[in-house]
Design a binder for this molecule. Structure first.
Ligand code: COA
Length: 687
């Protein structure tokens, strides 16, 4: 006889909020890894805890969090749908009104809903390393549980409006100075809590009942409007915070809540939330999750120019030992000087103190011998963009390095397979494409060769993440994900300039979309010579696609190679400091058109944007079809992190979806008709 199998014993649901009461004092612990987000289970747990401590008539209730941080916000994954009960504002109102007063004891990052929770408590204690912020604007939102209304009642209107509108966190020291904290402690939080409770001050007035002195926010508003560049949430956050001085708490909070809920539906917030999660998924590829990364301690960098020095500074900041290898000792010293200048700048700006600056300097070596790379765990070459030169560097490196150490090229266009072909230990080679300035820019394209081992890739991702970077995997093609799309962008911009648009109008149009600068301003900033060399290479190899416009080449021949060139000129005239449109260029472009027999057409601002975006989206789709990028979010991360595409527009792929593929199809048809034979249409644009 067979016994029917027993139903699986139901797992007791893990309690995310627990209460312990001792001598009339309660300890309420939130334990909801990874960041104690205020999801529905925590909100319910807090309501139950509140009832329990009040039923027990506790003298005080301390609110602490398990793990690496106090509450880091509402649960973003809940934001797509209607919020389940209980709602956070009600939970916080109840905590504020609680008979038993609450003491927030904080560590880690107290963000968004976490800070709102702390503001509803009677007292706030924090570890000295804690950071506080209202980062909702970074997700296209404003606080939704009283943050904009309680914070000004604690620290004053201007500082509160600044925190809510900028989204930038502040240190415990700064927050204490603003009046946000009752105690900052170092060491054991329980000891700090015990001594605070021993001399418990009189319970302060409930935050929501305090009044707010009005302040002139005009200057702050101008500052925020400038930095928002089309993002809508920052100014809304500022205006909503300003209500605290004019309306009773309940009215201000109701407006804040409704605005928060409305913004959850906005395209900007959806775009930013998608990037938030994509960022985490793309930087940790699924197939590498279970592969152990090798430990990286010593990094050798070949080439101490701008790029090499930036990479070195990033590695030093992450605590690695760094050796710069140059062709002679004078160049090595110049490389060291560049890295030290970056360290000095970080010191001068207050980003780091003298102790950290000294620790970084102490871990830096520079010399002219490859032998110094013998015990490096990874070597990164950042020399001249020429396959033979880079190959020679690789050959020198493999002669001295361990066979399990990684060898990476920082090429921005070349095929790492060619650079490493035939060298021993094929599994260890790869491309790591940093963006300049490498000590600041977060994007790193990780380019596997045909032979890169999974361990090499896992180590490269872990290494890049450890530098605080955003690594994105890309397949091999000319320019990888980012620069290949950039080439399409520039090509279409050039075609419009050739056919009648002013380069200054093209720049203005792309700025109107929200790009920090247009394609010609960008060329002036980065220098025209690299893309010139690259165009020559592609034309020599017969890989230049379609119509060729040589206006930029002519600028280069005239010595106008950008802001940093001796002439201090490129598309713009930079001789007077700030770049100014140059009538000489307008005349030269007009003469070029005449010479080519082009009858100039006019392009509206919208036409310029749509045609350029159609070219970008077409190239991005080709990249996806060819498997160069693994997902549309990977493309969007590359373009938002590496090329300044506005994050609130989500990246080119998200933007295309929101704009409507039919409108883009129309624009692409115009692009194709404008320059016949110059564009390979992606699947979505065919037919
Ligand atoms: N809601 C839901 N999940 C969150 C979250 C939130 N508010 N904050 C972080 N997470 C998740 C991440 O998605 C990640 O999940 P994964 O491991 O499945 O990929 C995990 O928590 C760890 O986050 P991560 O960013 O990788 O860790 P970190 O230590 O580098 O940074 C924070 C921690 C809290 C500083 C960072 O996650 C952050 O800024 N979070 C957003 C805070 C915020 O905007 N709060 C206001 C919300 S309105």
């Amino acid at each position: 006889m067979t016994t029917p199998s027993a139903p699986p014993a139901s797992q007791p649901e893990k309690r995310v909020v627990t209460v312990a009461i001792e001598n009339g004092h309660a300890l309420v612990t939130i334990d909801n890894p990874p960041v104690n987000a205020l999801g529905v289970s925590v909100r319910k747990g807090l309501m139950d805890a509140l009832a329990e401590v009040n039923d027990a008539g506790c003298t005080s209730a301390a609110l602490v969090c398990a793990g690496k941080t106090f509450v880091a916000g509402g649960d973003i994954s809940e934001f797509a749908g209607p919020p389940p009960l209980p709602h956070l504002p009600d939970v916080l109102d109840a905590i504020e009104a609680s008979e038993t007063p609450f003491i927030a004891v904080m560590h880690g990052t107290v963000l968004g809903g976490g800070l709102e929770l702390a503001l509803a408590c009677a007292w706030r204690l924090a570890d000295a390393n804690t950071r506080f912020g209202l980062p909702e604007v970074n997700l296209g939102l404003i606080p939704g549980a009283g943050g904009t209304q309680r914070l000004p009642r604690v620290i004053g209107l201007e500082p509160a409006a600044r925190m809510a509108a900028s989204g930038k966190p502040v240190s415990a020291k700064a927050f204490e100075e603003m009046g946000g904290l009752d105690l900052v402690f170092s060491g054991d939080p329980m000891a700090a809590l015990a001594s605070f409770r021993d001399a418990l001050p009189a319970r302060p007035a409930k935050t929501s009942t305090r009044s707010v002195t009005d302040a002139d926010l005009t200057a702050l508003k101008a500052e925020i409007a400038k930095s928002a560049k089309g993002a809508e949430a920052p100014l809304i956050a500022l205006e909503t915070t300003a209500l605290a001085a004019r309306l009773p708490f309940a009215e201000g909070q109701a407006i804040e809540r409704q605005t928060h809920l409305d913004l959850r539906q906005s395209a900007q917030s959806r775009a930013l939330r998608r990037l938030f999660f994509a960022n985490r998924a793309v930087t940790r590829p699924e197939r590498l999750r279970d592969i152990e990364a090798a430990k990286i301690e010593h990094v050798a960098i070949v080439g101490g120019g701008l790029m090499g020095a930036g990479i070195a500074a990033a590695c030093l900041a992450a605590g690695h030992r760094v050796t710069i290898i140059e062709r002679d000792s004078a160049s090595a010293e110049a490389g060291r000087g560049r890295v030290e200048a970056i360290i000095a700048k970080d010191l001068a700006s207050g980003r780091i103190g003298e102790d950290k600056a000294e620790a970084r300097r102490a871990k830096l070596e520079a010399g002219d011998s490859y032998a110094a790379a013998f015990d490096a765990d990874i070597a990164i070459e950042a020399v001249f963009e020429d396959a033979d030169v880079k190959r020679a560097v690789f050959t020198e490196l493999v002669a001295v390095m361990r066979e399990d150490a990684l060898v990476a090229t920082n090429t921005s266009y070349l095929d790492p397979n060619l650079i490493s072909r035939g060298l021993p230990g094929q599994g260890r080679f790869l491309g790591l494409h940093f963006f300049s300035p490498a000590n600041i820019m977060k994007l790193v394209e990780v380019v596997g060769t045909d032979a890169s081992s999974a361990e090499t890739m896992a180590t490269a991702f872990a290494f890049a993440r450890g530098l605080g970077k955003i690594p994105v995997e890309t397949g091999v093609c000319d320019g990888f994900i980012g620069n290949r799309i950039l080439s399409a962008y520039r090509r279409q911009a050039d075609y419009m300039v050739a056919d009648g648009a002013s380069p200054y109008a093209v720049d203005a149009a792309m700025r109107s979309l929200g790009m920090p600068m247009g394609p010609y301003e960008l060329q002036d900033l980065t220098g025209l010579q690299i893309s010139w060399a690259n165009r020559k290479r592609q034309r020599a190899a017969g890989t230049w696609p379609g119509r060729y416009v040589d206006i930029a080449d002519r600028l280069c021949e005239m010595g106008r190679q950008g802001r940093g060139s001796a002439a201090k000129k490129g598309w713009y005239d930079h001789t007077a400091g700030k770049g100014a449109p140059d009538p000489e260029i307008e005349a030269m472009v007009a003469a070029w058109r005449e010479e080519q027999g082009v009858t100039p057409k006019t392009f509206s601002n919208e036409e310029i944007v749509m045609r350029i975006m159609a070219a970008i989206v077409n190239e991005a789709n080709l990249i996806l079809e060819e498997g160069i990028a693994s997902s549309d979010t990977a493309v969007d991360i590359v373009w938002t992190e590496g090329y300044g595409f506005p994050k609130h527009l989500g990246g080119p792929m998200f933007w295309a979806e929101e704009t409507g593929i039919d409108r883009l199809r129309e624009a692409f048809a115009d692009v194709a008709a404008q320059s016949p034979g110059s564009w390979k249409p992606a699947g979505v644009f065919k037919g």
